[in-house]
Design a protein around this ligand. Structure first.
Ligand code: HEM
Length: 479
């Protein structure tokens, strides 16, 4: 069995990937490593080949075939590696774990419960009306913001507005309650919650890079902990209110009706502590991911008017407010989101750790507890899997007789039993909102902005504020 060469030694498999655009290369050398980790995946593949030992002793894979080999050999209870930064906080406060932080059999049992009413494609149908209400409010907000702009069409800071939309959307599914993110004045409690999420993420990097014993002495530690406190407090209050409401209804001999939270509280054996842990993690995972993907989709469509026109033709054949079922007959809408996630996979890195036994990958032997890291960004820009990888071409996903891309080439929601639990909700939010926005507005870029580049900040975000013109489709003489 060959031995894997140490870091920075090239393996024998040569590489023929064409270079990424000039700005990608420049940004890799001029920006912090953390921000360009997605580009590093491509450069490291060129330098070291498809498999090498990277930072934190992770075995980095940048070949689709090798990633597939790892995923196909994954264990019954797959693990992504060390989550102690999150579990330390929960242990300190005596809080429950959720799907990200649980491991082994406990994780498996938890996922079995969380998957119900969420993971199956038919589950999306039940949340369609709720999400459509939130989309209506997003459209109202876009109308309000563009009217308030000097030219009457510009919406500034699109990412932030989509963040508010995603938070409202996922909260309305999880808590069965609107929390007012899209109102003109956001309620104080909700604003504090939004700030707490930002605070927790912003201070994570300053904590995780230190050895464990030193973390508590970092100036970031207290802010990191205060961020989590704000998140758990807000989620806890909403869950407690739901419990009170359910108890009141039961006391009055009324039926307890509802969707996700009601199901978790009444149809499962989960304790209140476990519900807090799970709902909080679902909430956190479901905001930046969906909002940034939507932002990239609008950005790409604004830069590719032909693709936008094709999408407009498809959506204009349907009713204004789509149902989740109708989306199934809209292949181009689905292809636009798939292609967006190929070009900008918001979760740029993923990983698996073999906990139970040794494993052989690519002919190399790896002991138990090896962490394999995958650069999803590098893989989905691999020319062998995706010809012209830097071109936005939703058509490559259509089932119109052309050869379909290799299934493991772009797996933005991960793979297998540990894959994204929120995938169907995320797709529902993105499909329903994108369809309505493109039906009502022609989206154009802001010509005063320089080229927008992706940077990794936990997820793949834009390196600057994104502004877009939303031209009223029913009044084309606007500009
Ligand atoms: C564009 C939107 C989204 C993308 C691209 C995305 C992507 C991912 C990826 C790549 C993973 C890791 C999967 C693996 O290891 O195989 C993941 C896990 C997860 N996602 Fe998402 N996600 C999105 C939206 C959401 C939403 C809306 C929710 C909540 C409803 C959510 C909840 C989760 C949770 C809880 C996990 C951890 C699952 C586990 O470890 O068992 N995600 N997601």
């Amino acid at each position: 069995m060959p031995i894997l060469p140490p870091a920075c030694q090239t393996l024998c498999v040569p590489l023929h990937t064409p270079p990424p655009p000039e700005w990608e290369r420049k940004s890799a050398t001029t920006m912090g490593e953390y921000q360009v980790s997605h580009v590093l995946g491509i450069h490291e593949k060129e330098l070291y080949g498809p498999i090498y030992v990277g930072g934190f002793k992770t075995v980095s894979l940048s070949s689709v075939k090798l990633m597939e080999e790892v995923l196909r050999k994954e264990e019954k209870f797959p693990s992504r590696g060390d989550m102690s930064l999150w579990t330390d906080y929960r242990n300190m406060r005596g809080l429950g774990y959720g799907p990200f932080t649980e491991e082994g059999k406990n994780w498996y049992n938890l996922r079995a419960l969380l998957n119900k009413r969420m993971l199956h494609p038919r589950d999306a149908v039940r949340y369609g009306p709720v999400i459509n209400e939130v989309v209506t409010d997003l459209i109202k907000r876009i109308c309000y913001l563009r009217q308030a702009s000097p030219c009457g069409t510009l919406v500034t800071d699109v990412s932030n507005n989509l963040y508010l939309f995603s938070l409202e959307g996922i909260s309305s599914v999880l808590f069965e309650k609107r929390i007012g993110c899209l109102e003109n004045a956001i309620p104080d409690g909700t604003q504090h919650f939004i700030d707490s999420i930002a605070q927790m993420f912003a201070n994570s990097a300053g904590v995780i890079l230190l050895p464990k014993w030193a973390q508590r002495f970092s100036p970031h530690w207290h802010r990191y902990i205060a961020g989590w406190d704000g998140i758990f407090k807000f989620a806890g209050q909403l869950i407690d209110k739901k419990v009170e409401e359910m108890e009141r209804r039961l006391g009055e001999q009324q039926e307890v009706e509802g969707e996700y939270l009601t199901y978790l509280l009444s149809n499962t054996q989960l304790s209140r502590k476990e519900v807090y842990g799970s709902v909080t993690e679902l909430l956190l995972a479901g905001v930046d991911t969906t909002s940034n993907t939507l932002m990239w989709a609008l950005h790409l469509l604004s830069k590719n008017p032909e693709a936008q026109e094709t999408l407009y033709k498809e959506v204009s054949d349907h009713t204004d407010i789509l149902s989740a079922e109708e989306v199934n007959s809209m292949p181009y809408l689905k292809a636009v989101i798939k292609e967006t996630l190929r070009m900008y996979p918001v979760v740029v890195m993923n990983a698996r750790r073999n906990i139970e036994k040794d494993v052989v990958i690519g002919g190399y032997h790896f002991p138990k507890n090896t962490v394999f890291g995958f650069s999803l960004y590098a893989m989905s820009h691999d020319e062998e899997t995706f010809p012209e990888p830097w071109r936005f071409e939703p058509g490559r996903w259509l089932r119109d007789g052309r050869e379909r891309p290799y299934p493991f080439g772009s797996i933005p929601f991960g793979f297998g039993v540990r894959g994204c639990v929120g995938r169907r909700i995320a797709e529902l939010e993105m499909h329903l909102s994108l369809a309505r926005m493109i039906k009502l507005f022609k989206v154009e870029p802001d010509p005063t902005l320089e080229e927008i580049k992706p940077v990794s900040r936990t997820v793949l975000v834009a390196d600057r504020q994104v502004n877009l013109h939303f031209l009223d489709r029913s009044n084309q003489s606007q500009r």
